[in-house]
Design a protein around this ligand. Sequence first.
Ligand SMILES: *Cc1c(COP(=O)(O)O)cnc(C)c1O
Length: 243
Amino acid sequence: MTDSSNEFSYLAENWAAVRGRVDAACRDAGRDPAEVSILPVSKTFGPEAVRAAMALGLHRFGENKVQEVRSKAEALAGEPLEWVVIGHLQTNKAKDVARLVSEVQSLDRLELAEVLQRRLEIEDRAIDVLIEVKTSPEESKHGLAPGQLPALLDTLRGYNRLRVRGLMTLAVQSDDPAAVRACFRQLRQLRDAEQARGHDLPRLSMGMSGDFPLAIAEGATEIRVGTAIFGVRHVSNIRHRIE
Ligand SMILES: *Cc1c(COP(=O)(O)O)cnc(C)c1O
């Protein structure tokens, strides 16, 4: 076993730096820093990195692959951890999600909601969900088309195992801050419109390492941060990878 206290000693500094930048972005936006939480994204980093982050008081982690949740949950069995799925979900992963995951932020279609509801009934659990909306034109991005949001939200009222708490998005990858910000603004406006129709959607998950100040300026209540906390994901951290 590696000595995680040494290997991941950089985490404390990174975490403090991100929290400081979030607080500064809140001040710039005239917002209370207590309104914005940070979801650490541990994808591609192994259980020892998660354990080191736990030593900082973190217990809720974002992952984009259910296989990674499963292997880390096994390696860290008994720890008070909450796993949040933020990546595209195939319906054949619903069983593990229902068993292991406390929240899904990437619910993007009715078919997935149906399968999750059924699996959660079997496990006798309920989870929080955010609807992922596609606000950027890139083919590579997932998410529900904005025009389909009202109908999906209305239908999900009948799914008692899925507690819809808000919306999630990934902004366009662009050097133009105005283009990035437009994605975040669209998500907030969609949320506001649906709240006016009677849906309770307090949460807006938007912003990552490279763009979170813009998301905070547009009303993010939580940001999902991987690289700025855990470091760059590349082949040199391959031994922290779960295949
Ligand atoms: C990986 C990932 C993040 C974190 O990205 P960083 O740029 O490393 O902060 C956030 N959201 C989703 C959906 C991701 O897949």
